[in-house]
Design a protein around this ligand. Sequence first.
Ligand code: SF4
Length: 83
Amino acid sequence: MRIEYDRDTCIGMFQCVAEWDAFEEDQDAGKAVLAGAEQSEDDPDVMVREVPEDAELDAKFAARSCPVEAITVYDDDGEQLVP
Ligand code: SF4
């Protein structure tokens, strides 16, 4: 499973932080930080990382919790799962 987080879309509501501990608060920037993620080659504002199996539920909850759909989760075939 892969997760993508669009930092440009994020409005810093931090619901995702409560759902998965890979998301951390950057209070100064008013944006979430996705630990262990790398910049997408397609869009420098988009951060990408793999989701460990034991964190898949938390990652999906984080994606569902985001009010502006800044977080997207894909399965290993590239199919979009959430939102
Ligand atoms: S829930 Fe969405 S808007 Fe809120 S901090 Fe996380 S990514 Fe940003």
